[in-house]
Write a protein that binds this ligand. Sequence first.
Ligand code: KG4
Ligand code: ZN
Length: 347
Amino acid sequence: MSECKQASVDDVLILAIESSCDETAAAVVKNGREVLSNVIYSQIALHTVYGGVVPEIASRKHVEKINQVIESALEQAGVTLQDITAIAVTYGPGLVGALLVGVAEAKAISFATGIPLVGVHHISGHISANYIEHQELKPPFACLVASGGHSHLVVVKDYGQYEIIGRTRDDAAGEAFDKVARAIGLGYPGGPKIDKLSKEGNPDAIAFPRAKVAENEYDFSFSGLKSAVLNYLNSCQMKGEEVNQADVAASFQKAVIDVLVDHSIHAVKEFGFDKFAIAGGVASNASLRAALQEACDREGITFYHPSPALCTDNAAMIGTAGYYEFIKGVRHGYDLNAVPNLKLDEV
Ligand code: KG4
Ligand code: ZN
């Protein structure tokens, strides 16, 4: 074994790989909670000109960058492949071509070295990001997952064991941010741009709807809100009125936040938890974090949130989720495949 200053022979070192969308990422994580390196090559600039992620471009860029990113992750952690206990890789959900690059890479390294392979659910990774900076956090707890593809209210029953109690009926929260940002001319990626511009706007300027889903009080629906924003923009255009972009951004963001906070607090109280966490790209939103913190303080709930860089896609979170799968005995074979619509409660 090569000399590895950060780890002893008893340590479990996970090399994690993430390529489900437009970030090519690799990390080395020690014993599930200590990040030795976390390297991300972001493709955002490449996709911005098209107003969204172009799957074919994402896959090609992953192929080009993945070896470099893995080498940097190993180097920054001060380890070599010989020190690695297991390789964790995101195998779904996500863009199939993008996922395949990470999965093929992980299988190739595992085959060449004999290091065990562990497939990880991307959303399990997002949720597990909370364990990295909150060493005391252990299941069970409730978690709001709000990303580009998911808006879920989840009961984290144990490490890697989830029950979804609420989900979106149409658009995910992040998707709504991206679509509204495009409509008001902010471009891609919408979430961070709306987050920033909202600080200059009045969140009470326009009364956008807060949707409730009759069949399940914890489910979300954001497509009506998106249509309301589009209708508002159209009516301004027809009347020749100038649109205050910052007011639209702030009012839209407030409508999303009100629903996310309301459903989350309701679920946490109803299920009797005193711990609540958030995960996914939208969880990096400053106003959402502030609103949840305030609501949790009021209700006596301990609020956990990863730092913004660990909310958006990264491989450290996959390393943490992969660690808990590995110590449970989960191993995948070389038939591991990308599963673009992998379900969180079926892994
Ligand atoms: O979790 P993530 O990085 O990728 C997926 O798994 O989808 O989430 C990306 C989503 C995008 O829709 C992006 O606009 C949104 O998260 N997002 C934000 C913020 N940062 C990223 N939404 C609101 N406020 C932000 N600061
Ligand atoms: Zn993600």
